[in-house]
Ligand binder design. Structure first.
Ligand code: SAM
Length: 212
């Protein structure tokens, strides 16, 4: 048994159980959340990469004005501030998550995107953390990607991301999704690549595509 484990169990035995639980909750919060200004953010490496490198790159470029973010949660709530100088849209299947979305918020599946906007509408679509988190079947994924393709303008960018671990990867999406093959690779200069795997236990993978 390591010294750290021994110290932990010694402290746990010494302190009253409610205090131990309080300390454990605080440690969990410190590990999971991150304060940025007055906003709470998710504290994990892929989220920091998305928020500190990927999103700022596209915000700085004038050619990206119409933005769609697919799927919302408490940690995407601050994104409307990030995109305040752009036309920011969100789409989320769960109606209870409306509060985390943009002013232009669609409550529906990404598979129905073209019911709400014309073709070639968006300059960029962020489509991360949805495949493997509700969007799981091949059929639904094909249609979701097809809708992204239709609704992106020529030269528009798709940022596709998922956790590349067996439990969260319903199928080999990059190899098997036929509609992804309609796109070309987009070289994302800050990462010197069009594909990037975050080196932690979730292996969140970002793949950058452009509509030819
Ligand atoms: C793990 S969260 C990720 C949120 C966000 N995409 C991000 O990465 O910051 C996944 C979200 O995708 C939503 N979702 C799942 N399937 C969807 C679909 N077909 N269309 C739109 N949203 C979907 C879920 O309801 C959930 O809120």
């Amino acid at each position: 048994m390591s010294v750290l484990t021994l110290t932990k169990s010694f402290v746990r035995d010494l302190l009253p159980p409610p205090l131990v639980r309080l300390i454990q909750s605080l440690l969990f919060i410190i590990d999971t959340y991150r304060l940025r200004g007055f906003d709470l953010h998710l504290n994990c490496p892929d989220r920091r990469l998305l928020e500190n490198t990927i999103i700022p790159y596209f915000i700085e470029r004038d050619e990206f004005q119409t933005i769609l973010f697919v799927g919302c949660d408490w940690y995407t709530k601050p994104y409307k501030k990030y995109f305040s100088s752009k036309e920011y849209w969100t789409i989320e299947i769960d109606k209870n998550k409306r509060k985390y979305g943009a002013k232009n918020h669609i409550i529906n599946s990404i598979e129905k995107l073209s019911n709400y906007v014309n073709g070639n509408y968006f300059d960029i679509i962020f489509f991360t953390g949805v495949f493997g988190h509700g969007l799981n079947s091949k059929e639904a994924t094909e249609e979701a990607v097809n809708q992204c393709f239709q609704c992106l303008r020529k030269g528009g960018v798709l940022v596709f991301g998922w956790n590349d671990i067996p439990e969260l990867t319903p199928f080999s999406v990059i190899q098997e999704c036929q509609n992804l093959k309609k796109f070309e690779s987009y070289f994302f200069a800050p990462l010197s690549s069009s594909q990037y795997v975050v080196a932690d236990e979730l292996r969140h993978t970002f793949v950058f595509y452009i509509k030819p």
